[in-house]
Design a protein around this ligand. Structure first.
Ligand SMILES: Cc1cc2nc3c(=O)[nH]c(=O)nc-3n(C[C@H](O)[C@H](O)[C@H](O)COP(=O)(O)OP(=O)(O)OC[C@H]3O[C@@H](n4cnc5c(N)ncnc54)[C@H](O)[C@@H]3O)c2cc1C
Length: 451
């Protein structure tokens, strides 16, 4: 009878065979996943081309005459899926996900990338800034992403450089005016406020939202790539790769320890420099108009703009919001999400997954501006009954308990606890122009920021 027991050699061959098979299966699966991913990225690229999508500020332009299709730029990009190889060359597959790290430029082995603002087809308005980030209006400074350069580190260091100049040039205090009003409490506004505190200035910092700026809007648990900075009053913040929530925790610690005061929910609506050199700022807080006077102004408004409003009755109710921070807080509640872009779709799906009752209202017949990934997530959420679509519809009025929506010729009245509106942002270009700030429109030119 043949001995069925395996000898040591057979065991080794058997085990080795198993590993070889496992590696083969893994390789085939990875290759399949890569092919699917490439197809998705190609679709994203075609979609973004068709929509004319482009990043808000500094972004790479790829010279296809030079690009040899290594994926060095893709590997270097700290964000995901911004660049993809399409037909053997690097292309911007998801331009709006680009936040201007510029690592692709440094990684490209053949110098095929340059950093530009705007594109031939779509201009981007950037205020003209002198070194020190002062505008052509004396005493009016612009720090951070509004000036064209994104990233937390850039926003903070620009603010510190600019504040050093502002502090040097500030005249003696005058009655009835603050020495400096800082508008915006994102990274640039926070750093400017710390510099004002250190210099002992009479300052006021306002924000249409609350302290934190764009960081507050990042997707949950986003890994934020940024660099360490020495902050006045607080000291060095050691950063590198940090989770969004930890960064916000650090902001709170800075605010507490340095005694930073921010007037939240206060929006700057207009700005004027008088003949006496003093600025008058018009503000809105809780539907109330206000006014501030200042010797110097810092605008650290970023580039997300102010939320576009629907302008319908009831929009000023406390249950109406323009952002989604903690979806679980809405579990069990009747929520209406308004909008047809990625932010609206992402919010609707997140709310549905968190257990809210969700209607997503969009004036179009389909969501033709969203990313492929979001369309898939939306289809799945609708199929699972997590989100109800109300298309070719527009909200008409909001009350404490209901919303009224025009659908076709009729009005639908839906029980409602919260309304979340994602109708895009309005950049402060008009506000700046009205204040006399010189602005240049960039159509894909290489951008050299002031310093
Ligand atoms: C999804 C995403 C991920 C990102 N990831 C990174 C990253 O990993 N690393 C990195 O370095 N950068 C990242 N960035 C970019 C970074 O967040 C911004 O460049 C940075 O926040 C700019 O700072 P800021 O202070 O200039 O403007 P913001 O952070 O945008 O702050 C502007 C503030 O001004 C307020 N404001 C605007 N208008 C008014 C008004 N009229 N009245 C009163 N207040 C007003 C706003 O409410 C806001 O609080 C990311 C951006 C996004 C969108």
């Amino acid at each position: 009878m043949k001995d069925l027991a395996m000898g040591p050699l057979e065991i080794i061959i058997g085990t080795g065979g198993f590993f070889i098979l496992a590696i083969l299966v893994w390789t085939v699966l990875s290759m399949r996943a890569a092919v699917v991913r490439m197809r998705e990225l190609r679709k994203d690229f075609e979609h973004s081309q068709a929509m004319g999508a482009q990043p808000a500020s500094l972004h790479p332009r790829i010279n296809l005459e030079k690009c040899i299709g290594t994926d060095a730029c893709i590997a270097a990009c700290p964000e995901t899926n911004v660049i993809a190889i399409v037909d053997g060359q690097a292309r911007l597959a998801n331009p709006t996900a680009c936040i201007g790290h510029g690592e692709c430029l440094r990684a490209c082995p053949v110098g095929a990338i340059e950093l530009v603002i705007g594109s031939e087809t779509r201009g981007v308005d950037i205020p003209d800034l002198a070194p020190g980030f002062e505008t052509n209006v004396p005493g009016l400074y612009i720090f951070g992403e509004l000036g064209g350069m994104g990233l937390i580190y850039n926003a903070m260091t620009q603010a510190l450089t600019g504040m050093a100049r502002l502090i040097k040039s500030i005249p003696a205090p005058v009655a009835g005016a603050h020495q400096v009003v800082i508008v915006g409490a994102g990274p640039a506004g926070l750093a400017a406020t710390l510099a004002a505190i250190k210099a002992g200035l009479d300052y006021v910092t306002i924000d249409q939202d609350s302290m934190g700026g764009t960081v507050l809007q990042y997707p949950r648990h986003k890994i934020v790539m940024t660099r360490s900075v020495d902050l006045p009053v607080y000291g060095r913040i050691k950063l590198g790769s940090v989770q969004k929530e930890d960064l916000l925790g650090l902001w709170e610690d800075i605010v507490k320890k340095a005694g930073v005061q921010v007037r939240g929910l206060t929006q700057l609506t207009a700005l004027k420099r008088g003949d006496d050199g003093l600025f008058t700022l018009s503000t809105q807080c809780d539907g109330q108009a206000g006014e501030l006077r200042a010797q110097r102004i810092v605008l650290a408004l970023g580039r997300r703009g102010s939320p576009r409003k629907l302008g319908i009755p009831g929009e000023d109710l406390a249950k109406v919001t323009y952002r989604l921070l903690e979806p679980e807080n809405y579990a069990g509640a009747n929520t209406l999400v308004v909008g047809g872009g990625d932010s609206a779709v992402e919010a609707a799906v997140a709310l549905g997954e968190a257990g809210a009752v969700v209607q997503l209202v969009h004036r179009g017949r389909m969501f033709d501006r969203i990313k492929t990934k979001n369309q898939k997530r939306l289809d799945a959420a609708v199929a699972a009954g997590l989100v109800e679509l109300v298309l070719e519809a527009s909200p008409q009025a909001i009350t404490e308990t209901h919303v009224e929506i025009k659908v076709g010729e009729g009005i639908r009245r839906i029980a409602n606890d919260y309304v979340l509106i994602f109708a895009g942002g309005m950049l402060p270009t008009k506000l700046l122009k009205d204040a006399g700030v010189a602005i240049s429109t960039y159509h894909g030119e290489v951008y050299l920021p002031a310093n």
